[in-house]
Design a protein around this ligand. Structure first.
Ligand SMILES: Nc1nc2c(c(=O)[nH]1)N[C@H]1C(S)=C(S)[C@@H](COP(=O)(O)O)O[C@H]1N2
Ligand SMILES: [Mo]
Length: 203
């Protein structure tokens, strides 16, 4: 079978430094960070939807999802609790493909990502148009384990990893920003690791 996977290597480092301030490396370990119980996703009933302020709202099943074009993105991962994991190879569907299907309206400035289990996170829609953003089903060549987001998670490598929603089931496009789970609980609205945008308050 021809391999049409597009491959992108992203340097999440800024300037000389590889690791953002206040972060330590976990090496080959991959910690699990989940708030609350881990869901038990069922591919037979799984759907992914894009709705709200889009020209073409859609909902796809797992079989339809598997037909989408694939991308591989190599990038570092930075958790706000201070661990970083370097050189992750994520495989999945490029965000740009889903955006071209849904076609967000000009007034759609923000999105809210929602997950099985109820977790949410929010960002400006412009973040989704970056080349390194993908909807990942694979990590280092293996399907994601349930604890890391099986069957599919968002990956936004340039921001703290709480934005990379696991067990993702859809995006809703909005005119006004709407805080997600951690943003509601004091995390920063944007979360740039290089600016240490960890919390929305200062101690
Ligand atoms: N649905 C969901 N997604 C989530 C979380 C969560 O609790 N629920 N935790 C976030 C946080 S804080 C981090 S650091 C990363 C961790 O991903 P990992 O558990 O695969 O390392 O997932 C993010 N995505
Ligand atoms: Mo995190």
């Amino acid at each position: 079978m021809p391999d049409n996977t597009e491959r992108i290597e992203i340097n999440t480092a800024r300037g000389q430094e590889r690791v953002p301030p206040g972060q330590y490396l976990v090496g080959d370990r991959w910690p699990v960070l989940t708030y609350g119980p881990t869901p038990d996703p069922d591919l037979a009933t799984w759907t992914f939807s894009m709705d709200g302020l889009v020209e073409n709202a859609f909902r796809v099943t797992w079989d339809e999802w598997r037909e989408f074009p694939q991308v591989e993105v190599k990038a570092d991962m930075h958790c706000v609790t201070s661990w970083s994991k370097l050189d992750n190879v994520w495989g999945g569907v490029p965000a740009k493909h889903l955006l071209s299907l849904a076609n967000p309206k000009p007034e759609a400035e923000f999105f809210s990502a929602f997950c099985e289990g109820g977790y949410t996170t929010n960002l400006p829609v412009s973040e989704l148009y970056e080349d390194d953003v993908l909807f990942a089903t694979h990590h280092n060549g293996e399907p994601l384990s349930v604890s890391h987001g099986y069957p599919m998670r968002l990956v936004i490598p340039r921001l703290y990893a709480w934005k990379s929603a696991k067990w993702l089931r859809g995006l809703e496009f909005l005119a006004e920003d709407r805080s997600g789970f951690w943003e509601e609980n004091g995390y920063h609205a944007y979360g740039d690791p290089w600016k240490e945008q960890r919390y929305s308050f200062s101690f």
